[in-house]
Design a protein around this ligand. Structure first.
Ligand SMILES: CC(C)(COP(=O)(O)OP(=O)(O)OC[C@H]1O[C@@H](n2cnc3c(N)ncnc32)[C@H](O)[C@@H]1OP(=O)(O)O)[C@@H](O)C(=O)NCCC(=O)NCCS
Length: 419
């Protein structure tokens, strides 16, 4: 494990192994800042901790006894359409040394990770991609989006609403560490695409300043009974040149109901001495937009794909979610080069209380690529657009409409953190 941690920074062009900052996308900076590399003792300690973590499954490539490439899967639970949770292998920490690239090491590690995930009973893999050109060939395809948006304070006024019977409170990191898991557990149960938190996810929250970024501040909302039902982490970056003055950065905000959500945003978008609110890693269909007198005041400044999905076991994955419209669909898959059991015609029956997906000799209503089916899995992508782009070929009248109506979800899938 220590060899693995030493190899990864070189493979990824990072100054050192910095797990906290390795969620590169979504934060305001594209790459982590330069820091002191981890010491040998720190690496050994991290390696020892990770070998004890049963949800972490590392894999590495050794050439002449030297680790030249690595990747890992983390066993997650992910909320699927209908509200159940499914098991998922989250691919992370991937890199092959620049000197050993394009020799098929990633492909072999990926195949081994898929096989191991299937053995553990994980019918689905997900990842976030450093470059959009790498993972399509392994069957991954975008399944969720995230946005970064800005809101000018003078343009941001909330529409009138009933008075809030709850209370807002600025709390310290110790209180925030207690509040986050309570709020997140509820969010996770209700939001399609949300992941079970990584162990120790909130351990790093601190009251200490982080250079010119300023310290993280924490705002909670309690309902009229005193229960925490919303929380936000935000910063007021400080700069001697005043370039950054007046910006309030919301790093995360979650609430279990619209009243708490509105109250938290209400305070943050009208914070004295600020001019602009910036939020990253947010869903595309942020409800705040619909709470503003001027919905155009919220300007999306960046939109990217977030998690990519890859079905490893098609029937198992499809039977753990539910479908918006009942129906029966026969579809053929023929392009899965890594999990070949998926290549056949399937009959998905979501017409009764139990969803089934079994092989069939009947003629398919449509042929779909494995990656297009993976994109549709969480219900956030358009079947029509995928068909328009040639990823789905209909063989029967109305087949694309039927696929679209069955797989769609009424709220866009989203997950609130990277891994
Ligand atoms: C991305 C990376 C892990 C690929 O490892 P690798 O061992 O070179 O990949 P492989 O040799 O197994 O390549 C498999 C296929 O992907 C292609 N490929 C690999 N990396 C690619 C890239 N960055 N862009 C486009 N295609 C790529 C290869 O050409 C090969 O194609 P083929 O199967 O059609 O022949 C490696 O280039 C790397 O470490 N890059 C920098 C760090 C990084 O981006 N890590 C990913 C973090 S999400």
């Amino acid at each position: 494990m220590a060899a693995y941690y030493r190899a990864l920074p070189f493979a990824n062009g990072l100054p050192s192994w910095e797990p906290e900052d390795a969620a590169w996308h979504g934060g305001p900076e594209p790459w982590p800042p330069q820091r002191t590399p981890a010491s040998v003792e720190q690496l050994e300690r991290m390696a020892a901790a990770d070998t004890k973590d049963e949800s972490f499954h590392p894999i590495a490539t050794f050439v002449d006894g030297r680790c030249v490439g690595a990747s890992a899967t983390i066993s997650f639970e992910v909320t699927v359409p209908g509200g159940r949770t499914g098991r998922m292998a989250g691919v992370t920490a991937t890199g092959v040394m620049a000197t050993h690239r394009r020799r098929g090491y990633l492909r072999r590690m990926m195949q081994a990770m898929f096989d191991a995930a299937l053995e553990r009973g994980e019918p689905l893999a997900m990842l976030s991609a450093s470059e959009g050109s790498i993972y399509g060939r392994f069957g991954f395809s975008p399944a969720t989006y995230r946005t970064r948006w800005e809101l000018a304070r003078h343009e941001a006024t909330l529409l009138p609403a009933e008075p809030d019977p709850g209370t807002l409170e600025l709390v310290d990191a110790t209180q925030a560490r207690k509040a986050w898991p309570l709020v997140q557990a509820d969010v996770c149960a209700h939001r399609v695409g949300e992941l079970s938190p990584l162990p120790g996810r909130w351990d790093g929250l601190t009251d200490e300043a982080d250079g010119t970024n300023g310290p993280l501040r924490y705002l909670t909302h309690r309902d009229q009974h005193g229960n925490v039902d919303g929380i936000a982490n935000f910063r007021l970056p400080w700069s001697p040149t005043t370039d950054h003055a007046g910006i309030l950065v919301v790093e995360s905000l979650e609430a279990t109901n619209p009243v708490a959500y509105r109250a938290l945003w209400g305070l943050l978008i009208d914070f004295d001495l600020t001019k602009t609110v910036v939020a990253a890693g947010r869903p595309r269909d942020e409800p705040l937009r619909w709470m503003l007198t001027n919905p155009r005041a919220m300007r999306i400044t960046r939109q990217t794909d977030n998690l990519w999905a890859r079905l490893l076991d098609v029937p198992r994955a499809l039977t753990q979610r539910s479908y918006l419209t009942p129906g029966v669909l026969r579809f053929a898959i023929g392009d899965d080069r890594m999990c070949r059991a998926n290549n056949r015609t399937w009959r998905l029956n979501a017409d009764g209380p139990m969803v089934t997906c079994v092989p069939t000799d009947e003629a398919p209503d449509l042929t779909i690529t494995l990656s297009a089916l993976s994109s549709l899995y969480f219900g956030g992508m358009s079947a029509r657009h995928l068909a328009y782009a040639g990823h789905i070929t209909p063989h029967a009248d109305g087949a694309i409409g039927q696929l679209a109506r069955m797989f769609w979800t009424d709220a866009e899938p989203h997950n609130s953190f990277g891994f």
